[in-house]
Design a protein around this ligand. Structure first.
Ligand code: PHE
Length: 433
């Protein structure tokens, strides 16, 4: 018997779930520091261009494939042509591998939130010299398991309905607090003062492309899967709302981080250490720091959780569609597999210090799966969808075959793959260098 496919309860629910997917650790921690090291405010130019010209068209393509086939990524690709089944499986594999280490970081965030709540913030070294990160990895796995197991409406949609408004409220409160601190203006200047000469550097452009695709969660079959639970809403309008919310939240996050860092006289260029080393020590130094730290990490946890949930839905839906497996069983199987995949990353930041080529395994996973794998997956989606799916069918989903749709199709078929190839080359060079 074919089961009725679940649907979102409303357009708002779908949009909130997609914002939940897009807004993640990447917005709050990665975006601000990438802006900081890539020309400050000037970086917003290539970033907004990447989002609008490449991110949004790819988002719409994914939603269109999902809605028109009514299936998740493997079955949808299979219905475009049997030979694309394997391509669909690659995407499922990449998302699962990313989720494995994303849950490790989600666990760190949860641990930090709790440590601030009980008023005992931890040093990153001490935390990762224990086995606590492993426990928190299991806890974050358990949380996403419970959420996705409950279904599209009762799990994924409901989580975002509660968590996204809370996230935005905390964000605005922290921005207001941070901007009124002494020396805050210095931080804003460091963050946003444009250095347009940096735009001549191709590295700044590939950084913008990479960050835009990562931040919007496109090219991973997530929006494709989400699209398969959609009915009639305008994909263009939804896409723009999701992209705008994602970008705005990322920009605001920088307005929390940099003023705080400057107020406490710390180093703004800490890069990767920014969230787990620099910021906690900023919170320790300022008034109400414990409360602010707790709020900050709770916000980050909400962001990470809704992203992780959306990633988990990709393999779960694939298993349900391909084998007619009930959701509960599919979720259990997939989470068990993902915890195993994430285990080496989790262990790499414990007393065991599991490393490969002298690099913590998690850092390697972030590079191989989260950077290279993600770009490769997006390339597959753009090519299979843009070149092999019936164009009329896509147009029907995105509002007819007018000039606007022609422009999107051209962007998807030529622009997006070209940009992804350049970004791939840039990332490979950086990895080799
Ligand atoms: N977009 C999420 C973030 O900004 C991360 C993510 C990447 C989520 C890929 C899903 C897929 O953190």
């Amino acid at each position: 018997m074919v089961q009725d496919r679940e649907q979102w309860s409303s357009t708002l629910g779908f949009i909130l779930a997609s914002i939940g997917s897009a807004v993640g650790i990447g917005n709050i921690w990665r975006f601000p520091y990438i802006v900081g090291v890539n020309g400050g405010g000037a970086f917003l130019v290539p970033y907004v261009i990447s989002v609008l010209l490449f991110g949004v068209p790819l988002m719409m393509l994914e939603l269109a494939i999902g809605r028109s086939t009514g299936k998740s990524v493997v079955s949808a690709f299979q219905s475009i042509h049997r030979r694309f089944t394997f391509a669909g499986l690659i995407i499922v594999a990449v998302v699962s591998l990313i989720l494995g280490y994303y849950l490790v970081i989600t666990g760190w965030v949860l641990a930090y939130a709790l440590s601030f709540i009980i008023g005992q913030p931890m040093a990153f070294d001490m935390f990762t010299d224990s086995y606590l990160p492993l426990i928190f990895f299991l806890l974050s796995g358990l949380t996403v398991f419970v959420t996705v197991r409950s279904g599209v409406r009762k799990g994924i949609e409901r989580a975002s309905r509660y968590l996204i408004p809370v996230l935005i409220a905390i964000l605005l409160f922290l921005v207001a607090f941070s901007l009124t601190g002494p020396g805050a203006l210095e931080g804003v200047r460091f963050y946003l003062l444009p250095d347009y000469s940096r735009l001549a550097d191709p590295g700044v452009w590939t950084a913008a492309f990479g960050q835009a695709f990562f931040s919007l969660s496109v090219g991973m079959g997530i929006l494709l899967t989400f699209g398969s639970y959609l009915r009639k809403e305008s994909l263009f309008r939804s896409g723009i709302i999701i992209a705008a919310a994602d970008t705005l939240i990322a920009i605001l996050a920088g307005l929390i981080i940099f003023p705080l860092v400057f107020t406490s006289g710390l180093d703004p260029a800490a890069g990767v250490n920014l969230a787990f080393v620099t910021l906690p020590s900023a919170f320790i130094r300022i008034q109400f720091g414990m409360m602010l730290g707790a709020l900050f990490f709770l916000m980050l946890f909400a962001a990470a959780l809704t992203s992780a949930v959306s990633m988990l839905e990709v393999p779960v839906a694939a298993l349900m569609d391909s084998y007619d497996c009930p959701r509960r069983r599919a979720t259990l199987l997939v989470v068990a597999a993902i915890m195993l995949l994430g285990l080496p990353s989790a262990l790499s930041y414990t007393a065991l210090k599991f490393s490969v080529f002298g690099m913590p395994f998690l850092d390697l996973a972030d590079y191989v799966f989260g950077t290279i794998g993600l770009i490769a997956a997006a390339l597959i989606v753009a090519i299979v969808g843009g070149w092999f799916m019936n164009r009329i069918r896509i147009c029907a989903e995105i509002g007819g075959c007018g000039w606007r749709q022609r422009v999107y199709m051209a962007l998807i078929r030529y622009g997006v793959p070209a940009v992804l190839l350049v970004t791939l080359a840039g990332s490979l060079l950086r990895g080799a260098g």
